[in-house]
Design a protein around this ligand. Structure first.
Ligand code: XMP
Length: 528
């Protein structure tokens, strides 16, 4: 994990200076992580722009610490708190230091309140993609940005009575961007890809901070391999392989680092073709030994009687850990490796270890499991697109890299209510038809992820001369870059028509098929 700046101790200041020496720069940015789902994307964005970003803890860093560390700029991320009724922990005196500061969402509301604006819950909350209109030309934050541009918003509070310059608005937010001296703010999230010109805005902010000389990031893959070599060269590393891209990328990283590798594929709650991919790409390789662990019975036993998604996720996690733990012992592994991404850690309510509250969106199967041997998760600072980029650099077969993401808890989160052998069979059959048709229509690679959820909603049906009740199956597909945000994919009606006909004809238990048209936020990508 990234190290977090908590106070200006001599050691912490030396760490920053050491990193600046390596990067041949004397400038850096403090990112106060207020608990946003997206704050890691800010770090990535700043790094991509060739500047150095240090994550700071808002609950412990005081104005005096900031003054002593002397960053060239400060960014305050968004977060789940509300300045209205749950002010986040932060020393407001930091706003008065005169250092260029960019507040994002909650961060903007924090300084807006500090300078005297009204911040309160609004009647029309803003989630998802909106059009931002720049009010006043000539602002250096929006230099080179179109006058009307798409942005992603995710907030319930709004700013009004602003005693500062308003730079732009959206339909539901009159104060969508503002400026007061060295303080800059945006109500939307420039770090997500749905904010089409967000990269330009961060670039502009770095210029405002005087960070004009940029240094390209070193090859991430080579840096990771060098780090891994120190730990795993010649050691026995067991890796949980899923047939998807993340665990495959980790396997290739470990191969390059000289580890002795054993891959374990856990069967039971998987898609119809996952095992096929694992066999094809890892079954015959001489650098990795492949073992298939059939845990179908264990999963079904653990899932019996559980209806809530959280309980099912926890039950699945238990079996996942147990199976791997057994293999670790029998193979006498030194380490366990997983393809955990930053997204998984963040949504599980972990992330930058700051004192700001982070919302638990869902318990991911692979986070904080506490194995008996040390865990290696070299992608835990990455998101989907950057992990794929690393894979490409390492020569991971494209076929594996472009596979749709699939959640570790597998079909469990795509079945409402109790998971049984029967509901698994139905979910698999529907998934197979849907994915087969996406490929046949040439749509598979143009959507980021797609799935079918077997719901507990019952629909009256008339099949043939009979009548009765059948289940409702929900299809979904999204466009995304890294899974932090997503837009529902506008699949052609004739395609949906074909899939619906096939599913209702071929899967006896399904009476009706619906298509989900919600973005993330507010919905998540998976149903459960
Ligand atoms: P959500 O549903 O949270 O998903 O919007 C974001 C991405 O993460 C995947 N996902 C998981 N991946 N373990 C994983 O390894 C999990 O527990 C898990 N839950 C969701 C999801 O499929 C999507 O790609």
């Amino acid at each position: 994990m990234l190290s977090i700046f908590k106070s200006a101790t001599p050691e912490a200041l030396e760490d920053i200076h050491e990193e600046m020496r390596v990067r041949q720069t004397d400038r850096f940015i403090f990112l106060f992580s207020m608990g946003s789902q997206f704050d890691h994307l800010i770090v990535q964005q700043i790094s991509r722009l060739g500047a150095y970003c240090v994550v700071a803890d808002p609950s412990s860093v005081k104005a005096e610490d900031v003054r002593r560390a002397a960053p060239s700029g400060i960014i305050l991320s968004g977060g789940p708190a509300s300045v209205f009724d749950e002010p986040p922990p932060f020393d407001d005196a930091i706003f008065d230091l005169g250092i260029p500061t960019l507040g994002v969402c909650l961060g903007f509301q924090m300084w807006a309140k500090h300078v005297g604006a009204e911040v309160a819950p609004q009647s029309k909350r803003e989630f998802g993609v909106h059009t931002f209109r720049i009010k006043k030309g000539g602002s250096s934050l929006f230099e080179g940005v179109s006058n009307e541009t798409q942005v992603l918003e995710s907030h319930g509070d709004a700013i009004s009575d602003a005693p500062f310059e308003i730079l732009g608005a959206t339909d539901n937010a009159e104060v969508a961007a503002g400026h007061a001296g060295h303080l800059w703010g945006v109500q939307f999230h420039p770090e997500v890809t749905d904010t089409l010109e967000g990269g330009k805005m961060y670039d502009n902010f770095l210029n405002i901070c005087g960070i004009t000389e940029r240094f390209p990031a070193r090859s991430v893959a080579q840096a990771k391999i060098a780090e891994l070599k120190k730990i795993v060269a010649g050691k026995r590393v067991l890796i949980a392989l899923s047939g998807g891209s993340d665990s495959s990328v980790v396997a290739y990283l470990l191969k390059e680092a000289g580890a002795r590798l054993k891959g374990v594929y856990i069967r039971g709650i998987d898609r119809p073709d996952d095992e096929v991919y694992v066999h094809e790409y890892f079954g015959e390789e001489n650098w990795i030994e492949l073992e298939i662990a059939d845990a179908t019975d264990e999963f079904l036993k653990a899932l019996k009687g559980h209806a809530s998604m959280r309980d099912k996720r926890l039950a699945m996690r238990g079996v996942y850990k147990e199976v791997l733990e057994k293999k670790l012992k029998s193979w006498k592994a030194d380490f366990i490796a997983q393809g955990t991404l930053y997204t998984d850690i963040r949504e599980s309510g972990h992330g930058h270890a700051t004192g700001a509250r982070v919302a638990e969106i869902k318990v991911h199967h692979n986070v904080k499991l506490g194995f008996s041997v040390p865990e290696i998760a070299p992608l835990e600072t990455e998101v989907k697109d950057s992990a794929r980029g690393i894979g490409r650099e390492l020569g991971v077969p494209e076929d594996l890299l472009v596979r749709h993401p699939f959640p570790g808890p597998g079909l469990v989160v795509r079945i409402e209510g109790e998971v049984t052998a029967e509901t698994l069979r139905i979910a698999r059959a529907c998934d197979e038809i849907y994915i087969e048709e996406l490929r046949a229509a040439g749509l598979y690679e143009s959507v980021w992820q797609a799935g079918a959820t077997f719901t507990r909603s019952m629909h009256t049906e008339s099949k043939g001369d009979g009548a009765g009740l059948g289940a409702v199956l929900a299809l979904w597909a999204v466009w995304s870059v890294n899974g932090f945000t997503a837009r529902f994919a506008q699949l052609p009606y004739d395609f949906l028509d074909k899939v619906s006909r096939r599913i209702t004809n071929e899967v006896r238990e399904v009476a009706a098929v619906v298509y989900r048209i919600s973005d993330k936020p507010p919905a998540t990508i998976e149903w459960g």
